[in-house]
Design a protein around this ligand. Structure first.
Ligand code: SAM
Length: 296
């Protein structure tokens, strides 16, 4: 994340004073791609905004405007390209077979791992980077870890690279994400640790033969619906990291915590939320929240 205020400053005098407040304050950077969300007014100045972003962030070579927010079961947004310096993109440090070939493809680096992905085909949030490291640091030697909704593999691979688990199993439904996940396992040389499974969590997980020490559930919005599935597969004494969505009020009153503990009780499991925190706003006064649930 970078502050859009500097972009605004760069546009002072170039756009009308009343238009300045429409220039976005924040944007996300994935690999060498910057993603902005422009309203109708800002869109008139898309080129100027993209130039300012590229001037401020020399590593950014493509600027995309999110024209439709994440939707569908794969949680994929829709973009339009507003600027690209195609011939300045440089992936020479990446082995040939893992280099991007399309404008919306890039390689994102995080915690010593590299992720090849197409932002227009898969969900990826650079904002969850802190969470991936936080969880990797909790993983003890020899743990068996399950990552539901694994995407292109960021949680699974950061854990495999930064901790010493016995195995990490990642389950993902979107076939494009699964393809990148498999490539990323090879790109990061964690084939001996990470197993990629394509399919629906609700169908795949109940069929897995063994229990896990740790289960990571990184959204989507209806992830709590899969809590019972996770509870069936967690070892006594294990931990579930559940990402869900809550309003400021539900967080303040701890209703979000009570709701989840109650669901575990209903499923016949004793669970205690030992930690929870906001990890990013999704709408005004609405947040993505992580709950660490200790089982048994
Ligand atoms: C919010 S994303 C999380 C992606 C990734 N873990 C990350 O941190 O970037 C949710 C992911 O869950 C996948 N998904 C949605 N429903 C699913 C289901 N029933 N079973 C498996 N994966 C699912 C989507 O395709 C998407 O990649």
């Amino acid at each position: 994340m970078s502050s859009g205020l500097n972009v605004r400053k760069l546009l002072e005098g170039k756009v009308g004073e009343d238009e300045l407040e429409h220039i976005p304050r924040a944007f996300e950077i994935i690999g060498d791609i910057a993603i902005v969300e422009l309203d109708e007014v800002a869109r008139k100045h898309a080129k100027l905004i993209a130039d300012a972003i590229m001037q401020l962030n020399k590593n950014v070579k493509v600027v995309l405007n999110k024209v439709e927010d994440v939707s569908g079961k794969y949680r994929v947004p829709r973009y339009e390209v507003i600027a690209a310096k195609q011939n300045e993109r440089n992936f020479s440090h990446i082995k040939k077979e893992f280099r991007p070939t399309k404008i919306t493809e890039t390689v994102h680096t995080e915690h010593g791992c590299k992720f090849l992905l197409d932002v227009s085909k898969v969900y990826f949030s650079a904002r969850l980077s802190f969470e991936r490291k936080r969880i990797a640091e909790m993983v003890r030697d020899g743990e068996r870890v399950l990552v539901m909704f694994a995407g292109v593999g960021p949680f699974a691979i950061v854990i495999a690279k930064n901790a010493n688990p016995a195995e990490v199993v990642g389950v993902e439904l979107n076939p494009h994400a699964v393809e990148y996940f498999r490539k990323n396992v090879a790109l990061n040389k964690v084939e001996d640790k990470v197993k990629v499974v394509e399919g629906d969590v609700a169908e795949i997980v109940p069929k897995l033969q063994y229990q896990f020490d740790r289960i990571v559930m990184p959204a989507p919005k209806d992830a709590p619906d899969y809590l019972e599935v996770a509870l069936e597969k967690i070892k006594e004494g294990g931990m579930i990291h559940l990402y869900t969505f809550a309003s400021e009020e539900e967080i303040e009153s701890k209703d979000v915590v009570k709701r989840v503990e109650e669901r575990c009780k209903k499923a016949g499991k004793k669970a205690e939320v030992v930690f929870f925190r906001k990890c990013g706003a999704v709408a005004p006064y609405h947040y993505r929240v992580v709950l660490d649930l200790k089982i048994g």
